[in-house]
Ligand binder design. Sequence first.
Ligand SMILES: Cc1ncc(COP(=O)(O)O)c(C=O)c1O
Length: 375
Amino acid sequence: MTALTRPGTKPARPYFSSGPCAKPPGWAPGKLATHSLGRSHRAKIGKQRLQLCIDLMREVLEVPETHRIAIVPGSDTGAVEMAMWSLLGARGVTTLAWESFGEGWVTDAVKQLKIDPAVIRADYGKLPDLSQVDWSTDVIFTWNGTTSGVRVPNGDWIPADREGLCIADATSAVFAQDIPWPRVDVLTFSWQKVLGGEGAHGVLILGPRAGERLESHIPAWPLPKVFRLTAKGAVSEGIFKGETINTPSMLAVEDAIFALEWAKGLGGLDALRARADANAAALGAIVQQRDWLGHLATDPATRSNTSVCLTVEGADEAFIKKFAALLEAEDAAYDIAGYRDAPPGLRIWCGATVETADIEALGPWLDWAWATMRH
Ligand SMILES: Cc1ncc(COP(=O)(O)O)c(C=O)c1O
């Protein structure tokens, strides 16, 4: 067999997109509960299902009772911006950026809220010096930079006695990486990443100090209705019990419940993390065996176990586009070209809904695409 011969085995589920990500194994639309559909989300059944979804997220993510959980509009972006617009302005702000999404929150702080934040940056593949962060300010960062595959290694750099709020966009980290909840005042995510859920809603988790800020600080700027978490100076507690601000997609909620029950059935957070780690290790072995592949994240301690970003020797954007298209045409791998703003390369999702055998089966197909491109 030459490298140009198509490998005999294809990944059974060639879904390697970094969002929306692969559905949980065994997922089928007919398996979703639908009795809450076509009903008011404020009817008893709707409220029960929304509350169940919140309870399951608390259980699987091991969120302590100190932290409130809400399902909010606008996916992860909605949840981050709701937090920024509601909480910032009371003290100085630091924004950290080492890839495209972190850069988006810098733009919000600088150009939209105009709060003159301190900005700490690093290039794609690197993490900024976290010891530079001034924790007397509110701090915003992405826990896992989805477009560079660089994550914070842990929460040890976040002081327990910080004065400012720790605001973490963790959409590609939760359910795959450890979150030390007492160190986090605000955490956001959306279901379509590690859970393989549907895009639509964001999840906003607020610790007690964020709750205090909501009740003690009135933002200097207007707050659209979809961002309002307080009424008459008090936290709107109903929002954290499934009384959503506006109409949710109950189909997306039911889909999230399916994924959370799958996660719980596997053994919860530890099992999800182990699956992501095993996938990332399998991909790491593939990379190590090929001198034309490398990791964009230079330091293994900061390397993501979900959105794994790879360099390809000599590849430019056009090369990557063609390489990814070859694999897609063979139904061997979908959506593995790197993010449009990132250096040209591959990005292969290793989150818990992906099977390790499918990552392993991908290796020979990467060789085939490489050989075909160079033929
Ligand atoms: C780190 C990070 N933040 C924000 C987003 C935007 O998420 P959403 O589309 O759920 O708003 C993404 C999407 O990939 C992401 O990876």
